[in-house]
Design a protein around this ligand. Structure first.
Ligand code: PSU
Ligand code: MN
Length: 331
């Protein structure tokens, strides 16, 4: 056992998760031509989730942002693979008309986390994938890098509600690197970091800062467990994770650029109001994150939405570079 682990070369490690993975070649998957080509050439590919399109932003900003994010990934020499479920198929890479369709369906699409996958697929519902389910499907497709805005976490009041996002548990069991802007302060950030540690998830801040970022703002006030200074260092960490066969995920937390950050006091007061409203209206479970995001955008008069768009674009640049570097290391 020990020997077989140590003699693994990177090429062998990645061969197991290549395009012709048994799951991804099943009849349930459709690859866009662009993604199919990139994966069969072993080129850099970046997975993108779709709940951020359906539930995370209003139309038409959602579709505009999704397209801009795809173009930014391409500009780094990588191929974007937006993942969603449409017409009873898992789509790895969405064509332009499918992206538009999902953006228009908006919150009427099913917010599809891991537990929802069999129902959404078998009942042919339009499904927007969360971080958890996108990670699972990316792995099945042989994609190692995934870009999003923010991951789910431990909700405030979780000691009573037990509301802990499936994203955190997926990170514990699926070897995909998730490039994000940290965890929103609508969540309990210290508890989220604790659960990530318990799940054995590697968490690393990208760049110069020692701090773990808080989505709309670059500093949560908490130290990050580790740091990767650039895309090469991030790609090396991903490779080590695969070589060790850890089978768990990595969070690469990219602080929002200072010039795009929202005003911390404005954000805090909007969060307090939005959370109080959620409690008053009995909003719980899978409805809570979309509700809070929508109210945040309204209460900050669009400032939180602008910060959200800016940070997703920044993450796309970083994630595209990491995927590119990883593909070089795999050669
Ligand atoms: N954070 C955002 N925008 C989003 C989400 C999180 O800023 O759209 C979505 C992601 O898809 C994430 C999901 O995986 O919410 C987490 O939902 P929950 O807390 O219900 O697990
Ligand atoms: Mn939840």
């Amino acid at each position: 056992m020990f020997r077989s682990l140590t003699v693994r070369t990177s090429a062998k490690v990645f061969a197991k998760t290549r395009f012709f993975h048994a799951l991804s070649t099943s009849k349930n998957f459709i690859f866009s031509p662009e993604v199919k080509k990139a994966l069969s050439n072993n080129g850099p590919v970046v997975a993108l989730e779709s709940t951020i399109i359906s539930h995370g932003m209003p139309y038409p900003q959602n579709v505009e942002t999704a397209r801009a994010v795809e173009d930014l990934v391409r500009a780094q020499g990588a191929t974007p693979a937006t993942i969603a479920i449409l017409d009873g198929k898992v789509h790895i890479g969405l064509e332009d008309n499918a992206l538009e369709r999902l953006g228009k369906i908006g919150v009427k699409a099913q917010k599809t986390s891991r537990r929802d996958l069999p129902i959404v697929l078998s009942q042919r519902l339009p499904g927007a994938t969360t971080v958890a389910s996108t990670m699972f499907l990316a792995r099945a497709a042989g994609i190692h890098v995934f870009v999003t805005g923010g991951i789910g976490g431990v909700h405030r009041g979780a000691d009573q509600s037990f509301d802990i996002s499936a994203d955190l548990l997926e990170l514990g069991k699926t070897p995909v690197a998730v490039v994000c802007a940290g965890v929103k302060s609508i969540l309990d950030i210290p508890k989220t970091l604790e659960v990530l540690e318990t799940q054995g998830v590697t968490v690393s801040t990208f760049g110069d800062s020692k701090r773990f970022p808080a989505f709309y703002t670059p500093d949560s006030g908490l130290d990050s467990p580790s740091r990767v200074e650039d895309a090469t260092a991030a790609a090396q960490a991903i490779l080590s994770n695969h070589e060790l066969g850890l089978n768990s995920g990595i969070v690469i937390a990219v602080p929002i650029p200072r010039e795009s950050a929202a005003d911390a006091r404005l954000i805090q007061s909007a969060i307090d109001t939005a959370i109080a409203e959620a409690r008053e209206n009995g909003v719980v479970g899978k409805e809570e994150t979309p509700f809070l995001l929508k109210r945040m955008a309204e209460l900050t008069k669009g400032e939180s939405l602008n910060a959200n768009i800016a940070l997703v674009k920044n993450n796309a640049i970083v994630g595209g570079k990491i995927a590119y570097e990883l593909a070089q290391l795999k050669q």
